[in-house]
Design a protein. Structure first.
Length: 172
């Protein structure tokens, strides 16, 4: 457990002090992440470093973990190594965003104190693929086949049946 990582903290104050945190957090702490995956894998490795550079208060982070998601091609479990590298430039208003050097991703600090665990969870959620899939040819079950029937099941696919009816109607 990363016990020294505060739940709520003033990000500007952490940056001014040059604070850094490294360690592990059990993924069970991230309920939103758990609801988006099949199950949690190993602990989340965390490295956060705050600082000030060129007048910009920033947060540099590295997150690594492994989760289990469902392949959207075959619906079988898929081990997903997940990593995130980010450099957030802290801003207090949208008007400050254009002033940031390009290498910083703007991060709007809306409150004096922010939940650091929620920030880490947000970065992990943003790192998830939109459509997780096994690499081509590695799915455990074949996807639905053609011909109006599900592969291996003998069951009709409704839209394939409709397409067949429409084709017959055009011939008449």
């Amino acid at each position: 457990m990363l016990s020294s990582l505060p739940r709520a903290a003033d990000l500007y104050q952490l940056a001014a002090a040059g604070k850094s945190y490294t360690g592990r957090i059990d993924p069970s702490e991230f309920q939103r992440l758990l609801s988006a995956v099949h199950r949690a894998g190993r602990r989340v490795e965390i490295s956060l470093r705050f600082g000030v550079e060129e007048g910009v208060h920033y947060l540099r982070g590295e997150l690594d973990t492994e989760l289990v998601v469902l392949c959207q091609r075959c619906m079988a479990p898929l081990d997903l190594p997940l990593g995130s590298r980010f450099l957030l430039g802290l801003v207090r208003s949208a008007g400050e965003e254009p002033l940031l050097p390009d290498r910083f991703e703007p991060f709007l600090v809306e409150q004096r104190e922010m939940d650091l665990h929620a920030l880490v969870e947000d970065e992990l959620l943003l790192s998830l693929p939109l459509v997780p899939r096994h690499p081509a040819g590695e799915c455990l079950q074949p996807p639905y086949g053609g011909g109006g029937r599900e592969a291996g099941s003998g069951r009709q696919r409704p839209f394939a049946v409709l397409a067949g009816l429409a084709a017959r109607g055009e011939k008449q």
